[in-house]
Design a protein around this ligand. Structure first.
Ligand SMILES: Cc1c2[nH]c(c1CCC(=O)O)Cc1[nH]c(c(CCC(=O)O)c1C)Cc1[nH]c(c(CCC(=O)O)c1C)Cc1[nH]c(c(C)c1CCC(=O)O)C2
Length: 361
């Protein structure tokens, strides 16, 4: 097994290995339920808005000074149990020269959407030399974070393909589904290429010291289980298989994936992320329906609840912690990303409550 870079001191390495996040991800007993938030770094934090002023999103992702500071901001403010690397799912494409940008308030926009096999030529996996700033940022973060794990991430083949085929964000993913069914050969070539893109990008992050990885298939919930099984699962499985050699926990998440939880788990995830639509104990039933043993789950407070007041949030935390006990490990999170208008104080209160309520649990 390749040895990932350890933090400098043996005590930090020990604290890291025994962190609540990594223990829960491995299904081991924990001192408290670990908690972090998808999109914990970002516009909800005034210190993020200040440091990002005048720099585009993708430029920021290529500057280690900004990546390190932005990744650390929510860890400092909230005391979350894990940091997530500040980057974006389209960064590895930008890094190899695919013509795209991230438009504020919109998302990734691609200049020449994929329509033919020739359009795949620019879509190639990064080499470490393409992204020295990623290696540098991860190494610096690992040494600064000490006992707090750093989660690396990438976009899964379907979700990244959707941006490349639609040319930008889409509600129905209609062009992507049309390509999938109308030209399966091109679809599989694209998805296979994007599996290699994710493997390369995640390998760089793990080799630089990331303790876990999350594969975001945010938009997979748009697919029927049948389409997911035929057109998507084999490509995501390729990513998980290729990373197994590193031995770090592999998390998998998508929105609206209630019907897909079993298939997404079977793709090779060690931890299954769940949005707010399916209670965690029901998610465990769906994951184990085909006879596979239960595995740790992550989730699943509805981000909309962050605006409902503490009297509404607190019972939801209690419910989610109780339902999470059905799994061999539970990592508390939202059911999707932190909305930009969230009051950071509410997130801080959630972290404190999860820790307090789950102590010795
Ligand atoms: C689908 C997707 C994207 N990017 C990502 C996903 C999968 C996760 C999910 O489902 O939310 C992944 C992502 N993007 C970003 C992170 C940072 C780490 C974290 O979670 O804190 C992560 C994990 C930073 C970002 N990525 C982006 C921002 C906002 C940029 C800004 O601050 O102007 C951030 C902080 C831009 C982006 N990039 C993308 C979108 C939809 C947007 C938002 C567009 C907008 O509303 O402005 C594509």
């Amino acid at each position: 097994m390749p040895v990932t870079q350890s933090p400098q001191s043996p005590t930090a390495a020990d604290a890291l290995e025994n962190s609540a996040f990594l223990r829960a991800a491995r299904g081991e007993s924990v001192p408290h339920t670990p908690v972090w938030f998808m999109r914990q770094a970002g516009r909800s934090l005034p210190e993020y808005r200040a440091i990002r002023a005048g720099t585009t999103m993708l430029e920021s992702c290529m500057r280690p000074d900004l990546v390190v500071e932005i990744t650390l901001q929510p860890v400092r403010r909230y005391g979350v149990d894990a940091a997530i690397f500040f980057s974006d799912i389209v960064l590895p494409l930008k890094a190899v020269g695919v013509d795209l940008e991230i438009q504020p308030g919109v998302g990734p926009v691609v200049a020449s959407p994929v329509r033919s096999l020739e359009d795949l030529d620019p879509v190639r996996p990064v080499t470490p030399a393409d992204v020295t700033y990623i290696t540098e940022s991860v190494q610096e973060l690992v040494s600064r974070l000490g006992g707090t794990p750093l989660i690396g991430f990438a976009g899964a083949p379907f979700t990244v393909a959707s941006y490349l085929v639609e040319g930008g964000p889409s509600k129905d993913h209609a062009k992507t589904k049309a390509l999938m069914h109308g030209d399966p050969k091109l679809w599989h070539a694209l998805a296979d290429r994007l599996a290699d893109v994710a493997i390369a990008y995640l390998s760089v992050q793990i080799e630089a010291g990331a303790s876990a990885i999350q594969l975001f298939d945010s938009w997979a919930g748009a697919l029927s289980p049948r389409d997911y099984a035929e057109f998507v699962q084999p490509h995501s499985a390729k990513v998980f298989d290729a990373l197994a050699q590193y031995g770090v926990p592999r998390l998998h998440f998508g929105v609206n994936t209630g019907e897909l939880l079993g298939l997404m788990s079977a793709a090779g995830a060690d931890v299954v992320g769940v949005d707010w639509r399916v209670p965690l104990d029901e998610a465990v039933r769906r994951i184990t329906a085909d006879g596979t043993p239960a595995k740790p789950v992550q989730g699943n407070l509805d981000p909309a609840l962050l605006f409902a007041g503490w009297d509404a949030i607190e019972p939801e935390i209690d419910r989610i912690l109780a339902e999470g006990k059905a799994a061999p490990g539970h990592i508390f999170n939202l059911g999707h990303g932190v909305p930009p208008s969230t009051d950071p104080e509410v997130l801080h209160q959630v972290v404190r409550a999860v820790h307090e309520k789950s102590k010795h649990g």
